[in-house]
Design a protein around this ligand. Structure first.
Ligand code: ADP
Ligand code: MN
Ligand code: MN
Ligand code: MN
Length: 339
């Protein structure tokens, strides 16, 4: 028997962006526990905008477990928030809105800024650093500073230790801006891992006195790039049957639901989706081959393969909830007949 430290993680009830919350429970196990070995737990929902003070208990239902290499016998436990009955999803529980589908694959590209003293890491106290250009995939102190890469590398290793399916990392266009990519098979896996990767990043940054800024346009109305979270997606049908007429019907359905999609693609997206900086305007829907100014980009491989494969929705932003995004995508896709 060993004492395991189980860090139960959940999303609170703040809007428009939920915060990550967590607390530790110690339990005895013979070896690293499986999901089914983890009990439900509770918390005070009146402190997280998830309940009234009078009857404030909410239930935490574990949905995924990851090794936590920062702690002896540590585990990160992603949870859904349930009503006191333990079976009804809480209104804030966006994960519960995702249609279960093993054949759906998602890949999220999470962009973010590292922030210190209220400005991007590497920005001078007053004014701006040299204009963007050399920072994207850059190397050297004048491009990435002296601590950012250490954080990014440490984050990558912690995520890989946890079994999170990182596909890559890169320095982004603005100074102090970075990206990681997570891919998962199954409609909820990548979204779970994005939330846990965000958790690991925020916790890691504590010791550096650095914050993670997920806002999609933290530098406001300037020429500095904003942050997105492109959502690459494919269903089994898209990968194996596809075809031009199915693709066109799918795009029509996306166009029809433009407002429903934008509603869950992260707040303040009008600041980022301007038609500039490799984006389409927020009120327009378009798709294009390898077109980074389109709402949806078809990779070259997609068209070469007779409209089979995956697509990239470039509109979701860095502050978006991957659960809400995945849920909405699958709703739109489900409305298009496959025969
Ligand atoms: P870019 O920056 O050019 O858009 P990235 O390499 O950052 O490209 O991201 C592309 C992402 O597409 C990969 O990280 C991967 O997760 C995702 N992806 C690749 N193949 C598929 C697929 N069949 N279904 C869903 N997502 C996919
Ligand atoms: Mn990318
Ligand atoms: Mn990017
Ligand atoms: Mn992309």
């Amino acid at each position: 028997m060993a004492k395991y430290k189980l860090e139960y993680i959940w999303l609170d009830g703040y809007t428009p962006v939920a915060n990550l919350r967590s607390k530790t429970q110690i339990k005895d196990y013979d070896s690293f526990p499986k999901l089914e070995d983890l009990p439900n737990w509770g918390f005070d929902g009146s402190s997280t905008r998830q309940a009234e003070g009078r009857s404030s208990d909410c239930v935490l239902k574990p949905v995924a477990i990851y090794p936590d290499s920062t702690r002896k016998n540590g585990a990160l436990v992603m949870c859904e928030v349930m009503m006191p009955d333990g079976v009804t999803p809480h209104p804030s529980n966006t994960r519960a809105t995702i249609l279960d589908d093993a054949g759906t694959w998602f890949g999220f590209e999470q962009e973010y800024f590292l922030y210190q003293d209220g400005r991007p890491l590497g920005f001078p106290e007053n004014g701006y650093p040299a204009p963007q250009g050399p920072y994207y995939t850059g190397v050297g102190y004048k491009n990435v500073g002296d601590v950012a890469r250490q954080i990014v590398e440490e984050h990558l290793d912690l995520c890989l230790d946890a079994g999170i399916n990182h596909e890559g990392i890169n320095a982004e266009v603005a100074k102090g801006q970075w990206e990681f990519q997570i891919f998962g098979k199954g409609s909820k896996k990548a979204a779970d891992e994005v939330w846990v990767a965000r958790y690991i990043l925020q916790r890691l940054c504590e010791k550096y006195a650095i914050d993670v800024e997920y806002h999609c346009k933290p530098l406001g109305d300037t020429d500095w790039n904003g942050s997105g979270m492109h959502c690459n997606f494919s269903t089994e049908y898209m990968r194996t049957v596809g075809g031009k007429s199915y693709f066109e019907a799918l795009m029509k359905e996306f166009e029809k639901n433009i407002n429903e999609h934008i509603a869950v693609y992260g707040p303040d997206n009008h600041m980022r989706l301007t038609g500039l900086h490799e984006t389409q305007s927020i009120d327009k829907f378009s798709y294009g081959l390898a077109d980074r100014g389109a709402s949806i980009r078809m990779p070259h491989s997609f068209v070469k393969n007779d409209y089979k494969g995956y697509l990239e929705d470039r509109r979701p932003n860095s502050q978006g909830d991957p659960y809400a995004i995945a849920g909405r995508m699958l709703k739109t896709i489900a409305a298009v007949p496959t025969k």
